[in-house]
Design a binder for this molecule. Structure first.
Ligand SMILES: Cc1ncc(COP(=O)(O)O)c(C=O)c1O
Length: 350
């Protein structure tokens, strides 16, 4: 496939605002081209979708129900709606994407459920706070009983839940008959950083529903809702259609996901993004910048002087600054971040 890529020059924008700014992997684009000819039954009744279902069952070492959707918000909101009644609460972190960046979609798609927020270091839910919230006003018909917990892996602040931390939240869910949802927009980055199996940090640790992200890591637009418990699958099928997210030419979502999972492309992409973040974090530390948090995945938070922020911006480096506090800057690396771009940021920050 012919493609043009900008040469690395001083004028090339070095964009660290989000991993959504990265394009797509050639393998995934090629898969889209390969899928364009010939007929295929619509709405998921096609061989590409069957192949993706097989890939996910293999990856998670058990049968799973797979629902492809075009956005992460749809994956989260529909996945949560399938396990939360309209009168229930979804416990989540204050800094979570579902709380801050989804325009109320989780409540909308569930027909009224409410997000109940708790704190915790580095965007990870504090277990003690979660326990307290879950036990508040049991049986009080006037309250909003928590019916699900949602955690983000990797967290919005670039931290990763260990298998033990997920299991502890999973146990809390089992004790109180709650469902556990994982927003895995950056699941791949978390997985390669932990070096464990996908099963270990999902259903084996008590996760019922996973939003499996791909768009941030080399795919144009495809995400998957994975149900480990098949019970809500029928309901979710209707919910996805009713929400307008049952894509008629599903083969094109599936072709993206199939190529993304095939041969470990998703893991290679995530390893590269994480390596770039680690390079950036250690380089910034070396030049005296205060890196905040663990930078365990592909997100680096740091504290910078106003001068350094202005210098970087004037040089064309695009990133978020002052949104999480005065002087706090966030850099997100991706599967196609270049070494030289990272090194430029380090040089400019020093
Ligand atoms: C933690 C998290 N969850 C989900 C999403 C998916 O959002 P979108 O609906 O924009 O694909 C994002 C994207 O920024 C995210 O950061």
């Amino acid at each position: 496939m012919q493609r043009q890529r900008p040469e690395s020059t001083a004028a090339t924008p070095r964009v660290f605002a989000s991993d959504n700014v990265a394009g797509a992997s050639p393998e995934v684009m090629q898969a889209l081209v390969n899928a364009m000819d010939g007929p295929a039954f619509p709405y998921g009744a096609d061989p590409y979708t069957r192949a993706v279902e097989r890939q996910f069952s293999e990856l998670f070492e058990r049968d799973v129900a797979v629902f492809l959707v075009p956005t992460g918000t749809a994956a989260n909101a529909l996945g949560l709606a399938s396990v939360t009644p309209p009168w229930g609460g979804v416990l989540c972190h204050t800094d979570s994407h579902i709380n801050n960046d989804e325009c109320g979609a989780p409540s909308f798609y569930s027909g009224g459920s409410k997000l109940v927020t708790v704190g915790g270091a580095q965007g990870k839910i504090d277990l003690a706070q979660a326990m307290q919230a879950v036990r508040t006003k049991p049986g009080d018909v006037h309250s909003t009983p928590v019916r699900a917990i949602s955690i983000t892996q990797a967290s919005e602040l670039g931290a990763i839940y260990s298998p033990q931390e997920i299991s502890a939240i999973g146990r809390l869910c089992r004790e109180h008959a709650l469902r556990l949802h994982m927003d895995g927009a950056r699941f791949s980055n978390a997985l390669v950083s932990l070096g464990c199996s996908a099963a270990e940090i999902t259903w084996k640790a008590g996760v019922d529903v996973l939003s499996f992200g791909a768009t941030k890591n080399g795919v144009p637009c495809a995400e998957a809702i994975i149900l480990f418990d098949p019970d809500p699958a029928e309901e979710l099928a209707y919910r996805r259609k009713r929400a307008g997210h049952l894509v008629s030419k599903m083969r094109f979502l599936s072709a993206q996901m199939e190529a993304y999972l095939a041969g470990g492309l998703w893991l290679r992409n995530a390893r590269h993004a994480n390596r770039m973040a680690a390079r950036l974090a250690s380089g910034l530390v070396k030049v005296g910048v205060d890196v905040i948090g663990p930078a365990e995945a592909n997100i680096v938070f740091c504290r910078m002087t106003g001068d350094a922020i202005s210098r970087l911006q004037a040089a064309g480096v695009v990133f978020h600054a002052n949104r999480w506090g005065e002087g706090v800057a966030r850099f997100v690396t991706s599967f196609n971040t270049r070494d030289e771009d990272v090194d430029d940021v380090i040089t400019l920050a020093s």
